[in-house]
Design a binder for this molecule. Structure first.
Ligand code: SAH
Ligand code: SF4
Length: 380
């Protein structure tokens, strides 16, 4: 029997949805509370091992439900200890999840994807070249973090919070604010103190600048915000990030000023890719300071990570250092993010699902033979 088509996955339901689901089989809210503990604190996937639930009830649940993760089709660990999982979902689509340890390797962030591909086609981003796009569901999003915990054996959730997978960054494939409801449900599950228990202060959501959704994100989730800024003028930003034509810099910066919960203790991170000759001059750095004036801001300078066929180059380290110095001299934190996991294509902007790489290769081969590719484009 194929569980994926006949049984409902309990992962990904909000607490209220789980209570409602239990009600449909005549169970009280207490059952949902028990399940929540087993699924999200203990990481259990087998009803038969949920020992606080009676054998009869275990059987009844197993008849209708499953507790499922996305399937790991590949796990790669970089020479710098970054780890990447290629995951396959029920419909065959794939996405990537990355664990990026801190320098001391005692803690680190799990970088999760929110869409298969991305509709936004930023020119420097490998994900944006992927043809197939769909939103990930809440189960597929929180399931990525759970797969990472499986891999590091970090269930159950320890009381003291001592675990390596300490943070979540929503910085993988896709634009989270174009899939807000599912992202919000998944993060609310991850933040729940009786389950996975990652505090909102340890979660950072990165957006390319979907202005109309930013306020709701802050109000509902209260997570840290990161903005993929990457340029200081509309002219350059329009060119490298098409979303800027819809929500230009002035509007984006206004939405940042109004982001709920931003403060000196919780600054907004401005991510800035260093692209040689495009946005990397000292004048750009000074314009950047002007742009964020009055905002609780910090910067992350990301040297461009090349990918096969990309059109940009990475500036030399002196240029990047000079840029960073200008920001730091003005009192801002502006570390240069050394790329992690480059050898396994796990660095920022290098994510793209394997099936798409293979498909792209296939399309090329077919084109060479004059055969049309039937896989193109699912809008989202
Ligand atoms: N779509 C969201 C979330 C993805 S975050 C967003 O764009 O913010 C991924 C981060 O990696 C973004 O800051 C993105 O701009 C950056 N990035 C994309 N391609 C990159 C590349 N080739 N080199 C370095 N950083 C890149
Ligand atoms: Fe999408 Fe972000 Fe990549 Fe732009 S940088 S294409 S918004 S994933």
């Amino acid at each position: 029997m194929n569980d994926t088509t006949t049984k409902t996955n309990l992962i990904g339901l909000s607490r209220d949805q789980l209570i409602a689901e239990m009600a449909t089989v005549g169970e009280k809210p207490f059952r949902a509370k028990q399940l929540w503990h087993w699924m999200y604190n203990r990481g259990e996937t087998d009803f038969a091992k949920m020992t606080s639930i009676s054998k009869t009830m275990q059987g009844a649940l197993a008849e209708r439900y499953v507790v499922r993760r996305p399937v790991v089709t590949k796990e790669l660990t970089s020479t710098d200890t970054t780890r990447k999982w290629l995951l396959k979902f029920d419909d065959g689509n794939e996405a990537e999840t990355v664990y990026i340890p801190d320098a001391d390797e005692e803690r680190g962030a799990v970088c999760i994807s929110t869409q298969v591909g991305c509709t936004l086609t930023c020119r420097f981003c490998h994900t944006g070249t992927q043809l197939l796009v769909r939103n990930l569901g809440a189960a597929e999003i929180v399931g990525q973090f759970m797969v990472a915990r499986d891999s590091y054996g970090e269930w159950p959730t320890p009381d003291d919070g001592g675990r390596r997978l300490s943070n979540i960054v929503v910085m993988g494939m896709g634009e989270p604010l174009y899939n807000f409801e599912n992202v919000a449900t998944a993060l609310e599950i991850a933040m729940d103190g009786e389950g996975i228990g990652i505090s909102r202060r340890r979660i950072t959501l990165s957006t390319s600048g979907v202005v109309p959704m930013m306020k709701e994100c802050g109000e509902r989730l209260g997570v840290n915000l990161a903005i993929s800024l990457h340029a200081v003028t509309d002219e350059v930003r329009d060119r490298i990030m098409p979303i800027n034509k819809k929500y230009p810099l002035a509007e984006l910066m206004r939405a940042c000023r109004e982001y709920p919960g931003a403060s000196n203790a919780r600054r907004i991170t401005f991510e800035y890719i260093m692209l040689k000759g495009v946005n990397d001059s000292p004048a750009d750095a000074r314009a950047l300071l002007k742009l964020v004036k009055g905002l609780p801001a910090k910067f992350n300078l990301i040297p461009f990570n090349p990918w096969p066929g990309s059109e940009f180059e990475t500036p030399d380290i002196r240029t990047t250092k000079a840029f960073s110095d200008i920001l730091q001299d003005a009192g801002y934190s502006a570390p240069i993010r050394m790329p992690r996991g480059r050898d396994i294509l796990a660095a920022c902007g290098q994510l793209r699902s394997e099936s798409q790489r293979e498909r792209a290769g296939l399309a090329k081969a077919r084109a060479a033979q004059g055969i049309e590719d039937g896989h193109h484009k699912v809008g989202a």
